[in-house]
Design a protein around this ligand. Structure first.
Ligand code: AMP
Ligand code: MG
Length: 524
């Protein structure tokens, strides 16, 4: 079996901290601290992503060996790996929190992929680091399974994301107070192996800036440009502004994509925004079953609702503003140019969101006011009675093929209602669907073609919280079959897969208020 090769470009290019002990501390003037994963009792591979393993050049036989489980559980290293934890800061819930860093994530190394690109391979839950503060550096099975499953489902949905290679059960017990109510319990420990070109995040740049360490900031930004944005490298201030604009655009397009699939991140702190515009750090995330713009799955945010579904675009803009602020020392005070980046975000988000929602409605050419009004009318109607977002949009592919404009809400669409809406709401729905159906007749594509393109845009399967919860409960009992089936179905979210219709259901009533389904804490 061929082992992958590793390089260490980030470690060689950026200053680090020589102290390898996992003792919690402030780390000044450094972007990383070398640290070894802390071994676990009995690492066991529960599941691995065939798609990602193939991209990384890892053969199935290698993936399924105990030696690999040992590496993915933090008990062994492959030659060339040089583990470290990254240093970064962040704004948490709107407040500057200072140094945060990888408190329980350890990058094992930069794997060189068969196509020559590189990928940071990171274990989440691999033990304490310099950045663990009061935390234990560990993760529990429920949150690890959620991150693992959702990362790979997101990728299959076409949404930019960090990836997940494996889910390992550690054989150790991890104590968590899941509801923060003074009832700590032992839970099975687990480690997710996450993979991304880089895990650098907005907070990576904020930390040196907050300490007035402009030299380190410049070194880090120059490295980022050379490595990930070579088109902007070596151009001084203009290059920095172009880079900020690009990061801002990627973030705007990312959040437009989240809105279009109904994903609510849950903790959009600046340490959880990737510099590459990837979805990163899956914690108390959720999928809006009914289209509730005010909904957040994160109980820690239940009062403020800072990170609610409908607030995500605004909060991402706020985060981009914090990134621009962090970069100001490199712009020689050209605040106006940073302002322009924010205007650009608004424009990019508006265009991307309109295009995505128009595509969900089968409308290819979107910018017209009439279409914007139609999209708004759909949002308004969806918000008035509990209606499943995924089922609603998926049903439109059926409705678009009707020979005439529907005179009532068709059964496929009515299947999206959680309750029984009153007649006025049904009438309004019928009128809306007629207006939309007529609009689709002005598209150049045939109704059949529209239905096909809409099915490729509106997923049938998304990793709804209650589905993940069923996989977690089974896995905690040692039964992996629920996870295996769900994972496979979510790899083809746009395919009909009629034999798996039960995984495309509305959230069942039992899941409405159940922890893990409707509400999640940050405890993980
Ligand atoms: P998150 O909310 O997951 O983005 O985490 C915020 C910060 O807390 C990051 O610096 C994490 O590394 C750290 N953290 C979260 N959980 C733990 C834990 N169990 N042990 C150590 N650090 C943690
Ligand atoms: Mg984080």
């Amino acid at each position: 079996m061929t082992l992958p090769t590793f390089q260490r470009r980030l470690l060689d290019a950026l200053p680090g901290d020589d102290d390898t002990s996992p003792r919690s501390r402030e780390v000044l003037g450094a972007c990383w601290s070398r640290v070894q994963p802390t071994p676990v009792r009995a690492p066991k591979l529960l599941h691995w992503s065939r798609g990602l393993a193939a991209e990384l050049g890892l053969e199935p036989a290698l993936m399924e060996s105990q030696e690999t489980a040992d590496v993915l559980g933090g008990n062994a290293l492959w030659p060339g790996m040089a583990p470290y934890a990254a240093n970064y800061g962040g704004h948490q819930f709107g407040h500057w929190a200072g140094q945060l860093g990888d408190g329980r994530a350890i990058v094992l190394g930069e794997l060189v992929r068969p196509n020559g690109a590189s990928a940071e391979v990171q274990l989440k839950g691999a033990g304490p680091t310099a950045y663990s503060r009061a935390g234990d550096g560990r993760a529990v099975l429920r949150s690890s399974l959620r991150e693992y499953l959702c990362s790979e489902a997101m990728h299959a949905l076409g949404v930019p994301t960090t990836r997940a290679l494996s889910l390992v059960q550690t054989g150790d017990t991890v104590v968590r107070d899941m509801f923060y109510d003074g009832n700590p319990q032992g839970e099975p420990g687990a480690i997710t192996c996450r993979v991304a070109p880089t895990f650098l995040r907005f907070g990576s740049y904020q930390l040196p800036m907050s300490r007035g360490d402009v030299d380190l900031l410049r070194t880090l930004v120059d490295f980022t440009l050379e490595r990930w944005f070579p088109e902007f490298a070596g151009q001084g201030r203009d290059g920095y502004v172009a880079w900020l604009t690009e990061v801002s655009r990627r973030t705007a397009r990312l959040v437009a994509h989240w809105q279009a699939v109904g994903f609510v991140h849950g903790v959009l702190n600046t340490d959880n925004l990737s510099i590459l515009g990837l979805t990163i750090d899956y914690g108390p995330y959720g999928w809006t079953d009914d289209f509730q713009l005010g909904w957040t799955p994160n109980t820690t945010d239940a009062q403020q609702r800072r990170y609610a579904f409908g607030s995500q675009p605004g909060v991402c803009l706020w985060n981009v503003a914090r990134l621009c602020e962090a970069a100001l020392p490199l712009l020689d005070g050209a605040e106006a140019r940073a302002e322009a980046v924010l205007d650009d975000f608004r424009q990019t988000y508006g265009d991307a969101a309109t295009a995505r929602f128009a595509a969900k409605l089968g409308i290819a050419q979107s910018a017209e006011d009439e279409d914007a009004a139609l999209i708004q009318a759909v949002f308004d109607w969806l918000g008035k009675a509990e209606t499943d977002m995924t089922i609603f949009f998926r049903s439109l592919a059926e409705v678009v093929e009707l020979p005439e404009a529907p005179s009532a809400v068709p059964a496929a669409t009515a299947a999206a209602f959680y309750g029984a809406p009153d007649q006025a709401h049904l009438d309004a729905g019928a009128a809306l669907l007629q207006r939309w159906w007529r609009r689709t007749r002005r598209e150049p594509a045939t109704p059949r073609e529209l239905a096909t393109s809409m099915r490729a845009t509106n997923p049938k399967f998304v990793p709804r919280n209650w589905l993940a919860q069923t996989a977690i409960e089974a896995a905690e009992e040692g039964d992996l079959s629920v996870l295996e089936r769900l994972f496979d179905v979510l790899q083809r979210p746009f395919d009909e897969q009629p034999e798996h219709a039960d995984l495309a259901q509305k959230r069942p009533e039992w899941a409405r208020h159940k922890p893990g389904c409707s509400a999640l804490s940050c405890s993980s």
